[in-house]
Design a protein. Structure first.
Length: 216
């Protein structure tokens, strides 16, 4: 389940990123962790955070606008968010069952095997090019192996709901990376949508209770 979730999450995200700006893709995907953050809460204030996040998502998707973001890209990003939510829940269990990073390593290997047919279908013999393999190895290490390992260790030390909201700056960082590295300039509507999602996550994080047992 963990390997399947990792494969589906990454495939969905890269399909989204192929169609919409990085900052928008990450912000829409972030609906998953935010959902985990508020799912177990009964605080009335959390309704406000959900409303803010929902408004932000609507601003980013802008289905009423003639210049709306690519619909398939939005769907892939939201799908990636759903798989990200499942990843957080399953990762918590994996971290408690497997020692070190062994569970994560097994899941990533299994997920990679699942995605081989997709890669072959889209890239074919190019996958055998040494340059492509070198870049792929760098991307896999920097975007998956290292971050997922750090997340696994973090989830061993804190409740999954708290973990889900402590990543509230990720959409903003992704937007800045898209601007600085890829030259993706966002309009006022997109910036406002990202700001609302970040504010919702920061607000939920600020009021999230941290059990004493999790304070390592």
């Amino acid at each position: 389940m963990f390997g399947l979730t990792l494969a589906a999450m990454n495939l969905s995200f890269y399909e989204a990123f192929d169609r919409i700006p990085l900052g928008v893709a990450v912000t829409l995907e972030f609906a998953g962790p935010l959902g985990v953050a508020v799912a177990g809460s009964r605080r009335p204030l959390d309704v406000i955070w959900v409303a803010l996040a929902g408004t932000g998502v609507l601003l980013l998707a802008a289905p009423w606008s003639a210049g709306a973001v690519n619909g398939a890209g939005v769907a892939f990003a939201l799908g990636a968010g759903a798989f990200w939510a499942a990843y957080i829940v399953i990762n918590k269990r994996v971290g408690s069952v497997f020692a070190g990073g062994s569970g994560l390593a097994l899941a990533m290997a299994f997920g990679a095997v699942l995605l081989v047919p997709v890669g072959v279908a889209s890239a074919g013999a190019s996958l055998l090019d040494p340059g492509v393999l070198a870049v792929a190895a760098a991307v896999a290490t920097l975007s998956s192996a290292i971050p997922y390992s750090l997340e696994l260790e973090a989830l061993r030390r804190m409740p999954q709901r708290v973990f889900g909201v402590l990543m509230s700056l990720e959409p903003a960082v992704a937007a800045l990376a898209g601007l600085a590295v890829l030259g993706q300039v966002l309009g006022a509507r997109e910036v406002a949508g990202i700001a609302l999602v970040v504010a919702a996550s920061a607000g939920a994080s600020r009021v999230a209770p941290v059990p004493e047992a999790a304070a390592v």
